[in-house]
Design a protein around this ligand. Sequence first.
Ligand code: S3P
Length: 172
Amino acid sequence: MRHVILIGFMGTGKTTVGEALARRLGCRQVDLDECVVEQAGRSIPDLFETEGEEGFRLRETQVLRELVQRVDGQVLTTGGGVVTQPRNIEIMQASGIVVALFARPETIVERVRGDANRPLLAGDVEERVRKLLQEREGLYDFAPIHIQTDGKTVQEVVEEIIAHPAFVATSV
Ligand code: S3P
């Protein structure tokens, strides 16, 4: 099995969907952010504060490189900003099938509101989400599988991924 890599803006449901997808496929789910935090021994807000976004991105790429080298196919969930680095896109495309999750801005705001673990959304959440969505417009489009998550259950999203022709074609 090749890796299944989930990308998408914050609050599009990558982690929840990734866990359910891994259960369905009978493989492991690994979260890039969690591994970065584990390796650094510090939280994401702490990393952003002490090393800046640049420091976090360097760690993110380093851990991404390590994770995709694992032999067994796994579901890899990523942070929303992984697509801001072209090097990460290259790594992901070379390592498995990439699935992009999408949600309407209102849905995203609803899902991420009150979460203090996302430094890039500090301040006016609604304004931050809209600005970042604008800055990242098109960056998730390279994925061969696009899934709109609004109004769907986690299981529905999982089934939609598995039934997608691009997913079937890679015989994951
Ligand atoms: C980020 C998204 C976060 C995390 C970090 C930066 C981003 O992950 O990697 O706060 O730049 O969009 P989630 O998408 O899981 O919230």
